[in-house]
Ligand binder design. Structure first.
Ligand code: ADP
Ligand code: MG
Length: 253
């Protein structure tokens, strides 16, 4: 059986800078994969390619049986039209280090904006689900607040609710707790843990080894644009095979 997310031989350059150099990655439905790697190794670029915020130069990405960004037409691959790409992107939720909430919209409006504009939900319908999601992330009493009135941890939880409002098949997290004060990290990881337990398929770039040990099914290590090691959290974090993984793990610990 094929995996839910399948990345094959992904290459990506920015000008002369060759960042992704043939990355392969598979994630099964319901699997939580933590992606580790040094700064600059290409982790964010890889997530951005899956979310089609970047186009890949070579290779293929399949999510839930669907090829991303391209289609076969008369025996050749051709790029999808913008609206087809937009449709594919709905299925993939992404949470960024810097929250990226709209500052001029309330927390509720941040969550309902895309379901109304992109999915065509009625404001009433969107609001009902948004309130449910905000309650789920512990922000039931903050629906009318604006992002800057909230702590970083609350903003990040709102950003998770906003991504979930699109009913994504996959959630990508790019260092979701790196910008937070240490005392706010736990509340965000708690929400992510709940999401993992609910069966969401997740790729999480993080340096939180505790989260990786508890919540991940798999840990993968990226080095210089390639995934060089993957295994159970226990194996990769406690007994890495590759020397480069080993030196990273001992530096972060
Ligand atoms: P990581 O998330 O692992 O720290 P990134 O994927 O952010 O790594 O970056 C990998 C490399 O690609 C870095 O050298 C970075 O400077 C470069 N890079 C990322 N995005 C761009 C871009 N839009 N234009 C030029 N270089 C980029
Ligand atoms: Mg990054």
């Amino acid at each position: 059986m094929s995996a839910f997310i399948e990345l094959r031989n992904i290459h990506k350059s920015f000008g002369h800078l060759h960042v992704l150099k043939g990355a392969d990655l598979e994630v099964n439905a319901g699997e939580v994969l933590c992606l580790l790697g040094r700064s600059g190794s290409g982790k964010s670029t890889l997530l951005r390619c899956i979310n089609q915020l970047e186009t890949i130069d070579e290779g293929s990405i399949v999510v839930d049986g669907q090829l991303l960004g391209v289609e076969w037409h008369r025996g050749r691959l051709r790029e999808l039209k913008d609206r087809q790409v937009t449709a594919q992107r709905r299925d993939i939720g992404m949470v960024f280090q810097q929250f990226n909430l709209f500052p001029h919209l309330s927390i509720l409006e941040n969550v309902t904006e895309a379901p109304i504009r992109v999915l065509g939900q009625s404001p009433r319908q969107a609001k009902q689900y948004a309130v449910e999601l905000l309650e789920r992330v512990g922000l039931g009493d903050k629906v009318g607040s604006y992002p800057l009135q909230l702590s970083g941890g609350q903003q990040q939880r709102a950003a998770i609710a906003r991504a979930l409002a699109m009913k994504p098949k996959v959630m990508l997290f790019d260092e979701p707790t790196s910008a937070l004060d240490p005392e706010l990290v736990g509340e965000v990881l708690e929400v992510m843990r709940g999401l993992a337990e609910s069966g969401m398929t997740m790729i999480v770039v993080t340096h939180e080894f505790g989260f990786a040990r508890e919540a991940a099914d798999t840990v993968a290590y990226m080095h210089d644009g390639v995934i060089i090691e993957r295994g159970s959290p226990e194996q990769v974090l406690s007994d890495p095979v590759d020397d480069r993984t080993r030196s990273f793990i001992s530096a972060v610990k």
